[in-house]
Design a protein around this ligand. Structure first.
Ligand code: MG
Length: 308
């Protein structure tokens, strides 16, 4: 049920409005003047449709509109404002519309006219929220790796940048692990690409299951994943990486009836100061290389970066 706010100081007009809107299926929030209206419009889950009388004690309808637009300037929500003006007054409609009202109605208004005007406002609000939802979906889609459902490279790299900023502010450290599936080419060559894809999906699932709620993981490249392991100390970064290694390597994967043994190598690096993203990734990459050199199915760590 859509909420509609009415702000009207005239008792009769207020009652009429309230009953009509309720009859048409709106949830009505009734206020008696501009101050009450302004307060109600700032509440959480406030009505997105407001019918404001122009002339009211305290702040008038035009001022409420102006404040609404000011408040909404940098926000995504929008309140649709229908201004009520009294016939014969010298209210300047242009002033009202310029202050931010979307539409106006002259009192005494016709019941049917009010109904269609409110319906038009409702349509705008619904379109607006559909657009917002569509945009949220797009953002989510543009951050997601289609095969695994994890964050994609761009999104996980943005996550690293955020983590650096956060850690700088809080003066704490975080860790990264660059993970690579061992002999993945052999999986593809032996079982085919479909199985290879399923292995990537299963790895993604297992990695996620081994992480804590505030850790994150993204697909960094073909068979490479990047893990962000915030907070704590070097040991906790290390133990998360080891848990991930173990949860993947310790039991065979059952991929459409085919049993596949998969192991991963990881290069871990911890950050506690000045390193750039490039330096961090580079250090993780070198450690990963070491893990491969030292026999795979293992984690190697780089020296803590900071000592500057
Ligand atoms: Mg009035």
């Amino acid at each position: 049920m859509m909420k509609v706010l009415i702000a009207e100081d005239d008792v009769t007009s207020r009652m009429v409005l309230k009953h009509m809107l309720a009859e048409w299926g709106y949830e009505v929030v009734v206020t008696n003047d501009g101050d009450e209206a302004w307060e109600a419009l700032q509440a959480e889950d406030a009505p997105q449709l407001a019918i404001l009388d122009w002339m009211m004690p305290g702040i008038d309808g035009v001022e409420v509109s102006r404040r609404l637009r000011e408040k909404e300037k940098d926000q995504e929500e929008y309140t649709y404002v229908l201004l009520l003006t009294a016939m014969g007054t010298k209210d300047n409609i242009v002033t009202g519309m310029e202050a931010g009202a979307d539409d106006y109605l002259v009192k005494p208004f016709d019941r049917h006219e009010l109904r269609v005007r409110v319906r038009a406002g409702r349509r705008i609000i619904e379109l607006q929220s559909d657009l917002l939802a569509a945009r949220q979906d797009l953002i989510k889609l543009s951050n997601t790796d289609a095969l695994t459902g994890l964050l994609n490279r761009r999104a996980i790299m943005a996550g690293v940048a955020t983590e650096i900023a956060r850690s700088q502010r809080n003066e704490r450290m975080f860790g990264l692990s660059l993970l690579d599936i061992d002999y993945f080419k052999k999986v593809n060559d032996t079982y085919g690409h479909l199985t290879g894809d399923a292995v990537l999906q299963e790895c993604a699932k297992r990695i996620s299951s081994a992480l804590r709620p505030y850790d994150s993981v993204g697909r960094y490249g073909g068979e490479e994943f990047l893990l962000i392991i915030p907070g704590g100390e070097e040991n906790s970064v290390w133990s998360v990486a080891q848990r991930v290694r173990s949860v993947i390597g310790s039991t065979d994967m059952d991929v459409d009836g085919t049993r596949v043994r998969v192991t991963v190598s990881q290069g871990v690096v911890t950050w506690d100061g000045n390193a750039s993203i490039e330096e961090l990734i580079d250090a993780a990459d070198k450690s990963l290389y070491l893990a491969k050199e030292n026999g795979r199915d293992r984690v190697e760590r780089a020296q803590t970066l900071i000592k500057r």
